[in-house]
Design a protein around this ligand. Sequence first.
Ligand SMILES: Cc1cc2nc3c(=O)[nH]c(=O)nc-3n(C[C@H](O)[C@H](O)[C@H](O)COP(=O)(O)O)c2cc1C
Length: 211
Amino acid sequence: MNMKKVYFALPIIAVFLAFISVQGQINSISKEHSLSNMGNKSKEKALPLSGNEKILVAYFSHSGNTREIANQIHKKAGGDIFEIQPVKPYPNDYDAVVKQAQEEQAAHYKPVLKTKIENIKSYDVVFIGYPNWWGTIPPPVRTFLSTYDFSGKTIVPFCTHEGSGLGQSVKEISKLCPKSTILNGLAVRGSDVHKAQNEVSQWLHKIKITK
Ligand SMILES: Cc1cc2nc3c(=O)[nH]c(=O)nc-3n(C[C@H](O)[C@H](O)[C@H](O)COP(=O)(O)O)c2cc1C
């Protein structure tokens, strides 16, 4: 090969190598994405419930969106409702709470809770509601799930979010409650909570909580 041909071929080889490298990265990203979806799906179940189960709707909410969905679920499914609250409230300032939550999530922090359930044993079905914080359950929900024994109970996750849906939250709930049955969760965008009544009803029907 003469030098002219070499100079001509070099940029083509460089472009080809760059293409192969980008393609490899795309493949591994999409593989990760489908694996994480599968991870959530494999834990999801729908149970035929008898209708006589005792229900608890437990939730944590920082700015009110999840509380709205918890109230809608409680109205339709019945049972008791319980707000998970940390002893030390999170700051109202958005940037401050985002920063604090990021640090706490990285440390798998479990804040002390202000509110307690006396009779967790009496519940068969426990709804767990939370805002998606950094892709998963917020720290107070981590404390809640670690405090009580949910073995043999049915757990029903629901969350509000701004784009990430349930994220990795169901995976984390399954890890914290390995002996529970986890039903298909509901994810509602924070800005849609006041018009979510139909979505909530359809979901409760689909997972056989309501007829
Ligand atoms: C600390 C923090 C972290 C958040 N992280 C995410 C996230 O990773 N993905 C997402 O979709 N939304 C995220 N959000 C948005 C909330 O999930 C959303 O606004 C939710 O509806 C708030 O619920 P609440 O009013 O019950 O607190 C985050 C909000 C906060 C304050």
